[in-house]
Design a binder for this molecule. Structure first.
Ligand code: SF4
Length: 446
């Protein structure tokens, strides 16, 4: 029997009612968070879509106002750390100039993830990247949508099943020439025309806000609604129809079958991000997929990425996709990124290593977990990914996979893996213990 793996705090379900006693304190670009290494700003970048000039302004901000780095978040957003107490006004001006603050009242609710390879590879799947600016504009133009919490998430999946499993509150899954709009926890959604999809997503978010008001709840996420106020897909369908969006109810697990149209879609990859390397596109086009080691880039690495084609897509797997290259230019560009220290190949041992902020940024941390993770990343390999945490909260923990868990203790670390009981390990023995734990064969059910 497998040892029970500790669950990250984000793994709450309807079985564990969440009582919210105050508004969410999610950091934003205007609401900075005071951390131990200075102030932190989280800049929402819907769909992770960034153009070169905006990206270069962000690099300037990181160097002039912060610690010279840019962190990538699990929602494809960017974070600046080490900001001074009085730099908020200057940062806001700079972000405004970059076009990254289209609606200050809504800046924290623009949480949109989208399939990062959409329209770039040769899969033939629908390109949903065009939905991102449409949804963002609708969201920012809706005064009521500012009531969404900073944790509410829209996921736009092109049918490959990469972002659909990322716990979006409202998900659009492309299918044929339509889209299934569905809310978290529902086995069914409403199939609408592709052209109506962004508006349908916003109406689904309003459907949630109305349920929150009816329930007298402070739920931040759809799964936090009391069971008696759970969202009803048929009522959502009626709401869409009343707004001029015809649709029909279809199962979430088989949107293709429901659509009965279009080319075959590859089996969902259960929330996997793009492999690092060159992505071959149609007609000689190419893109690059790379990962940021431990989710952090220097301003110089960021500028290098921004200068390749003038476009970047930040991914929810703390990576960057660079579109707009060709088969001829992609190889040298990938070599340049590898030389700059990015993860550019599937076999790079740093690929499956993640860590929380740790010391010195977080007062709760018992160790500089990022330094420990960096030191051991290339000395330990194995099929299981590893996550380093400075305390039991396990911030930034990967979801939905078997993993090796290292949690700092006053004397070293506690290590756990599927099939192995949690055990203390001294700092000097970490490499050996980690190598053994990463080689644990995960159960197929994990
Ligand atoms: S896991 Fe603990 S130490 Fe790490 S960032 Fe979260 S609160 Fe801080």
């Amino acid at each position: 029997m497998l040892a029970a793996m500790p669950q990250p705090p984000s793994a709450a379900s309807r079985d564990e009612p969440v009582i919210r006693e105050r508004g969410d304190a999610c950091p934003g670009a205007l609401r900075l968070h005071a951390a131990d290494d200075g102030f932190l700003a989280r800049i929402r970048i819907p769909g992770g879509l960034l153009d070169g000039p905006a990206a270069l302004l962000l690099a300037d901000a990181a160097e002039r106002l912060g610690d010279g780095h840019l962190d990538l978040t699990s929602r494809g957003n960017a974070q600046l750390r080490g900001l001074g107490e009085s730099c908020g006004g200057e940062l806001a001006q700079l972000l405004d100039r970059a076009g990254l603050l289209p609606a200050p009242s809504h800046e924290r609710v623009r949480n949109v993830v989208a399939s990062p390879l959409s329209g770039l590879d040769a899969s033939g799947l629908p390109d949903v990247s065009g939905w991102v600016p449409l949804l963002d504009r609708l969201l920012c133009a809706d005064p009521g949508a500012a009531r969404l919490s900073g944790r509410f998430l829209f996921a736009l999946d092109d049918g490959r099943g990469d972002v659909a499993p990322l716990a979006g509150d409202v998900t659009l899954t492309a299918c044929g020439d339509g889209a299934l709009v569905w809310t978290a926890g529902s086995p069914e959604g409403v199939l609408v025309a592709a052209g109506d999809a962004p508006r349908a997503a916003l109406l689904a978010a309003n459907h949630f806000l109305d349920a929150v008001a009816r329930a007298g709840s402070r739920a931040w996420r759809v799964t936090e609604l009391p069971p008696e106020h759970a969202l009803d897909v048929r009522v959502l369908g009626e709401r869409l129809a009343a707004a001029g969006i015809p649709g029909r109810v279809a199962g979430v697990s088989a949107p293709r079958a429901a659509a009965e149209a279009g080319p075959d879609i590859p089996a969902p990859r259960a929330g996997d991000g793009p492999e690092p390397g060159i992505v071959a596109g149609p007609g000689g086009a190419a893109a690059l997929s790379v990962l940021a080691p431990l989710g952090r880039l220097t301003a110089a690495q960021w500028r290098l990425l921004a200068g390749l084609s003038g476009r970047m897509r930040l991914t929810p797997w703390r990576g960057v996709v660079v579109p707009g290259l060709t088969h001829r230019t992609a190889g040298p560009a990938l070599d340049a990124l590898a030389a700059a220290g990015l993860v550019t190949a599937p076999g790079d041992p740093r690929r499956s290593v993640t860590a929380c902020t740790g010391r010195p940024g977080c007062a709760k941390s018992r160790a500089d977990v990022r330094a420990d993770a960096r030191a051991l990343a290339s000395r330990t390999a194995g099929p299981l990914p590893v996550h380093w945490s400075g305390c039991e909260r396990r911030c930034g923990h990967p979801r939905g996979t078997a993993w090796v868990d290292l949690v700092a203790t006053p004397d070293g670390y506690e290590i756990s893996a599927p099939g192995r009981p949690a055990a203390p390990v001294a700092h000097a023995d970490l490499a050996e213990a980690l190598t053994a734990a990463r080689s644990t064969t995960p159960s197929p059910s994990l």
